[in-house]
Design a protein. Structure first.
Length: 424
């Protein structure tokens, strides 16, 4: 059985998105292919057949039709000669909050007229000849169009995975958002009609996707290894807090709320210390706003080192926008970071809007300390400072939640059964 996964980001260990490799753990890497659309080098050994379509080259191809836009990844040296690293992507979209919907529309126009449909892409698809194609049901119109192209060219069965709110009007009331969302919805309805089976990341996501598209999604989450065990640890001051991930869509604002909340608590002595590891470019303005003695921001590290960092932390930070323009961006999402945190069996402090699926999940499972404002954060951390046993209690709750809801054996049974049922 040969599986082709279409993804926006490359399976790159520095980027840290490893949901697909974890879900397809039971399959031979030689039987897995990945097509991605970011200027990153894919290096995850869960797959042996990589193809990258360079967004940088797509932009150039609008005017230079002869340019080669896609490459089979045979070696790191080969792809570095043809595709730049993540710095291009970061520079291009680092100011995404300004005129974001206009930028997204321009991006869609570029991909519409860019030369993504190439001989190289067709050759890669035909040579691999997948039995099943898998993809996220994404908010990028060009991505959905390419997924439809691949399934039609191969004649393969397909599975669409809903992991975000890419289809409702509930995230924002802005006119730019509503115009773009109208076309996104049309794109997704077309893709749904060409898709054979569906997964959803949460029950909340399933409920809304099933209603919108008249489908029946299976619940699939990123799995936690059945070998994970709970280990009690001694908690003492200063309590080490850790965040690993991007500081976009309002997460930087939540980090600022956290730092502000710690001003009084850390006034006499440092009781809480924060380490942040991110590949998000930090502007001079944000850098000046985050000048705290108890905050240290580092560049991103490879995924293989994240687990060690989490094991050495006392509290893991889950940050989403609370009350800004992106407060409901994650309303149907379920970040892979959540499963990683539960797997680490550490206390979680979740800062975000309570109307989103992640915050509701934490609340229902009593798996995290929750806060929606600077006041909430300060109140919660003062309570922790007065009783450090709370950190250990919440760490154990997180462990139990992970074992109950994300057992690798149970998740992969659903994944494998769903895939095999398409070929019966």
């Amino acid at each position: 059985m040969k599986l082709m996964v279409v993804s926006m980001v490359s399976w790159n260990t520095l980027v840290g998105s490893d949901t697909w490799p974890k879900l397809l753990k039971n399959y031979n890497p030689n039987d897995i292919a990945n097509i991605s659309f970011r200027d990153e080098y894919p290096d995850n050994n869960a797959c042996s057949n990589y193809f990258v379509i360079s967004e940088r080259k797509i932009i150039k191809s609008v005017f230079k039709r002869h340019i080669k836009t896609g490459y089979r990844v045979d070696s790191k040296e080969y792809i570095e000669d043809n595709i730049c690293n993540t710095e291009f992507y970061n520079q291009l979209y680092k100011n995404r909050q300004k005129n974001v919907y206009i930028k997204r529309m321009i991006r869609e126009i570029i991909w519409k007229f860019g030369k993504w449909k190439s001989n190289e892409l067709n050759r890669f698809i035909d040579d691999f000849n997948p039995d099943v194609v898998l993809y996220f049901m994404d908010g990028y119109i060009y991505f959905n169009k390419i997924c439809r192209y691949i399934t039609k060219r191969t004649g393969a069965k397909s599975i669409g995975f809903f992991v975000d709110d890419t289809f409702t009007y509930k995230q924002s009331g802005k006119i730019g958002f509503k115009i773009l969302r109208y076309f996104q919805r049309k794109s997704l309805h077309k893709l749904v009609s060409d898709t054979d089976a569906f997964w959803a990341i949460t029950h909340m996501t399933k409920k809304e996707a099933d209603k919108e598209f008249g489908i029946d999604c299976k619940i699939v989450t990123k799995p936690i290894s059945d070998e994970v065990n709970y280990k009690k640890r001694e908690i003492k001051f200063p309590v080490r807090m850790l965040y690993t991930g991007k500081l976009i869509i309002g997460r930087d604002r939540s980090l600022k709320k956290l730092c502000e909340a710690l001003k009084n608590i850390n006034k006499d002595s440092i009781k809480f210390y924060i380490d942040v590891y991110t590949n998000t470019p930090i502007s001079e303005k944000l850098s000046s706003e985050l000048q705290y003695s108890y905050l240290n921001i580092h560049t991103a590290v490879e995924q293989k080192y994240i687990a060690d960092l989490q094991q050495n932390a006392d509290i893991l930070l889950f940050l989403e926008d609370v009350d800004g323009d992106d407060a409901l961006t994650a309303r149907l999402s379920f970040s892979t970071k959540i499963v990683d945190y539960l797997s680490a069996s550490r206390c979680i402090l979740a800062v975000g809007n309570m109307e989103t699926a992640p915050m509701q999940y934490f609340k229902e499972n009593n798996a995290a300390l929750l806060a929606q404002s600077t006041y909430d954060i300060e109140k919660t951390l003062k309570m922790v400072a007065e009783d450090l046993d709370i950190v250990e209690e919440m760490a154990y709750n997180a462990y139990l939640c992970g074992q109950k809801n994300h057992s690798e054996g149970k998740v992969l049974e659903v994944v494998d059964g769903s895939i095999k049922s398409l070929l019966c």
